[in-house]
Ligand binder design. Structure first.
Ligand SMILES: CCCCCCCCCCCCCCCCOC[C@H](COP(=O)(O)O)OC(C)=O
Length: 249
């Protein structure tokens, strides 16, 4: 290989990171037609969309592991973060040990925002997403199939969505109120696969809300590596190595 392409760590091109942090609805974000994949498609050559969705997690667990996801070693590479919890926090107290009381949910969200702020991430770099609406009929069917009774209610999930919105307002962070937005749509149940997790249509719906925010948050980023039309095929080094000519001994 040409001497001009020697491997020096300082030569490595850093790709900014857009971290998706949340529960299983985030873990599924890169399934075929998923909202994370839609974001990565739009943000190609701008940044990596990194999925850190953890199925079954609540804010209580999320805040414990967040420092293992983003810390001083990678925070400067992080350009945007979504925090998307609440679907599990809102499990009914009498039905699930994972239930997180509403006040604790708010405190946990605040703690995560403060932690990110301490790492240098501003409020404009974080997007809170409320839990989606719950289709009780479909979720009850799912629970029955698992041999249990329904463990979540839409009204209760709505209280967590409102709480999430309030924390966002308080901390001047953008919030996608998915719970409310979904229910403004006709036949909103089509946005859910099993009553809790997003269907293909639900993934598209969330992506429609996030794409403009993601574009706004990454406007300042340059396109990584020159566009092919800006590379002289006879002298690619000029554009690709910022040199007029590759030198060889
Ligand atoms: C873009 C195309 C989408 C096609 C449909 C893909 C969606 C599939 C949805 C169903 C699969 C769900 C599998 C994950 C189940 C794990 O869920 C964990 C928790 C619920 O836990 P529990 O209360 O114990 O039932 O859910 C979350 C939100 O973490």
């Amino acid at each position: 290989m040409a001497a001009s392409a020697e491997e020096n760590s300082e030569d490595l091109q850093t790709w900014p990171k857009f971290v998706l942090f949340g529960d299983s609805i985030t873990q599924l974000a890169f399934c075929d037609g998923g909202w994370g994949a839609a974001l990565q498609h739009v943000l190609q050559r701008k940044c990596d969309v990194v999925c850190r969705g953890l199925s079954g997690y609540t804010t209580a667990w999320g805040k414990l592991v967040l420092p293992q996801v983003i810390n001083k070693h990678n925070a400067t590479d992080v350009v945007l973060v979504t925090i998307f919890f609440g679907a599990n926090d809102a499990s009914l107290k009498e039905m699930s040990p994972k239930h997180v009381p509403l006040d604790n949910y708010k405190t946990n969200l605040r703690d995560m925002l403060e932690y990110l702020q301490q790492l240098g991430l501003g409020p404009d770099q974080v997007i809170l997403i409320t839990p989606p609406a719950l289709d009780e009929q479909a979720w009850q069917k799912h629970c029955q199939g698992m041999g249990s009774s329904i463990n979540r209610l839409n009204e209760v999930t709505g209280q967590y969505a409102k709480a999430c919105w309030e924390v966002a307002e308080e901390r001047k962070v953008t919030c996608v109120d998915l719970w409310t937005a979904m229910q403004k749509e006709k036949d909103w149940q089509r946005f859910l696969e099993d009553g809790l997790h997003l269907s293909r249509k639900g993934n598209q719906f969330l992506a429609q809300h996030l794409v403009p925010l993601a574009q706004e948050g990454t406007n300042h980023l340059p396109i990584i590596f020159p566009l092919s039309e800006d590379v002289d095929p006879y002298q690619p080094e000029e554009a690709l190595l910022h040199k007029t000519e590759a030198k060889e001994d």
